[in-house]
Write a protein that binds this ligand. Structure first.
Ligand SMILES: [Zn+2]
Ligand SMILES: [Zn+2]
Length: 494
């Protein structure tokens, strides 16, 4: 029952999703999904999130209240993705000290960031006629590629922006709180302020991460597809809290795993439970767009492995302006959507457009796959070095559909990458992706192997592959429960 979707007009190239190049928020551009049934002449929703303290409507006002000082989360430590970690000192803008540490820690301080210019723009590729299934650019207007990695919020949410800056990323993903706990302390008002300051353009002293460049990843604990009401309620509270935090921080895009039937109901019932949560949260928290991630493990209890399932959920969402899809390439591949060649990529994206609609694409997770096509195993690999290969990622980088939405690496990195602030692997991957984007079709044929070989050596020198085909530090999560890894490979296992 996906909403029938008119094919896009090739004549005028009327873009479904066109974004302006600069600053503008997601909402400035006509962001109209082709949801035929629900015409939504969205009168330009507001860009500015309100100051957190003013958000009455959602009844979560208390969240901004000041948490007790010195609370250091139980499991907080450097590299742990807990915003509370090391963030428990009194308000102060910079050079704050927490437990004897300065903020920001020198390893992620902005002075050490590489310049982020040089990569920001999508150049219309030299290919003919949108072979990728993407939208041919309607103008010659250049649009930014918001390419980055999932970064840690250790030390507070602002840490994610500082780390992304250090990796040379134009976009990023982050958690809003510890992904392993149902509840975390509310943000300190100054942590929110610090984050919002860093989002500002460089001219205003920030790092220049506009709201549409950030795709928050929701807690792994959430399962809104569970028919058990009590469990659904617990998940919903966590979900809403995540989204409220996005709102506080001025972030527009929130992505999460739709859930699982846990074998206790039909898929259709799960779709309804998930949509119920989406509709409810849309009423309770303003503005944030809920972005459903496609999942690996087709044929299991997991919801969202097929485009049709994503479409079925979207069909039940009342406010289509606030629902999008995030496609994880590893999950796609694991669920049987091929991306290895120009043709298979085009075919997969065509299916997406037909079944869901290109207008609903709100972000991508860029991961290669250690496992085979339709292997139903979610094992992330570094870009181009897994079973998908570089060609698939080159297609993505050259697909105009990808301009202006967050493209996030969730690829394996060395064990201590976060603690040491060594983001070499993601910096190289970002560079590599821009490099292959710029190579035209003819040259690609002759250079692909050479580039892959060079990159494999580089990767091996930064992060030698583990034996056994397991992702770096991918340790089994306890009894089918969610993993604890953050910036590393993301294994869905339930
Ligand atoms: Zn995910
Ligand atoms: Zn993902």
């Amino acid at each position: 029952m996906p909403p029938p979707r008119p094919r896009r007009s090739t004549a005028s190239n009327a873009p479904i999703r066109e974004r302006s190049t600069s600053s503008s928020s997601l909402f400035d551009a006509p962001l109209k999904p082709k949801a035929s049934a629900q015409p939504k002449p969205n009168p330009k929703a507001k860009v500015q999130a309100k100051s957190p303290a003013k958000t009455k409507a959602n009844g979560t006002e208390k969240k901004v209240s000041v948490k007790p000082k010195t609370v250091l989360a139980d499991d907080a430590k450097a590299g742990d993705d807990d915003p509370d970690a090391g963030d428990a000192e009194p308000p102060k803008k910079k050079a704050r000290t927490a437990k004897g540490k300065v903020w920001p820690p020198p390893e992620i301080a902005p002075e050490r960031h590489p310049p982020r210019n040089g990569y920001p723009i999508f150049e219309s590729p030299s290919t003919t006629a949108a072979p990728n299934g993407g939208l041919p650019p309607s103008t010659t207007e250049k649009r930014p590629m918001l390419l980055g990695a999932h970064t840690s919020i250790a030390g507070g949410p602002a840490g994610a922006l500082l780390r992304a800056g250090k990796a040379g990323a134009n976009g990023l993903a982050m958690f809003t709180k510890s992904q392993r706990k149902w509840a975390s302390n509310p943000y300190e008002p100054e942590a929110v302020e610090r984050f919002r300051d860093l989002m500002k353009p460089k001219e205003e002293g920030g790092l220049g991460y506009p709201p549409e460049s950030i795709l928050v990843h929701g807690s792994y604990l959430i399962n809104l597809g569970n028919p058990d009401q009590e469990k659904w309620n617990t998940s919903y509270e966590c979900f809403k809290d995540d989204i409220y935090r996005c709102h506080q921080l001025g972030i527009k895009l929130y992505n999460w795993h739709p859930g699982s039937t846990v074998g206790a109901c039909t898929k259709e019932e799960s779709f309804a439970s998930i949509a119920k949560a989406i509709n409810k949260v849309h009423k309770e928290v303003p503005e944030v767009v809920t972005v459903i991630e496609n999942m690996a493990n087709a044929g299991s209890n997991i919801v969202g492995t097929a485009f049709s399932e994503l479409a079925s959920i979207i069909a039940l969402v009342e406010n289509k302006d606030r629902v999008r899809v995030c496609l994880d390439t590893c999950h796609l591949f694991a669920s049987g959507y091929d991306l290895r060649t120009e043709e298979s990529y085009a075919d997969t994206m065509k299916k997406f457009d037909e079944e869901v609609g290109n207008g609903y694409l709100g972000g991508m997770h860029l991961n290669d796959s250690k496992a085979d096509l339709a292997g139903n195993k979610d094992l992330h690999e570094n870009i181009g070095l897994g079973k998908i290969g570089l060609t698939g990622f080159r297609c993505i980088m050259r697909d105009p559909l990808m301009a202006g939405i967050p493209l996030v690496l969730e690829t394996p990195a060395p064990e201590k990458a976060l603690e040491t602030g060594d983001f070499a692997i993601w910096m190289r991957e970002i560079k590599l992706l821009y490099e292959i984007q710029g190579i035209d079709d003819e040259e690609w044929k002759t250079r692909k192997d050479e580039i892959e070989e060079r990159w494999r050596k580089e990767r091996d020198s930064i992060n030698p592959p583990k034996e056994k085909g397991l992702p770096a530090k991918g340790k089994a999560a306890p009894k089918g429960k969610k993993k604890s890894k953050k910036d590393d490979s993301e294994e869905e296992d339930d």
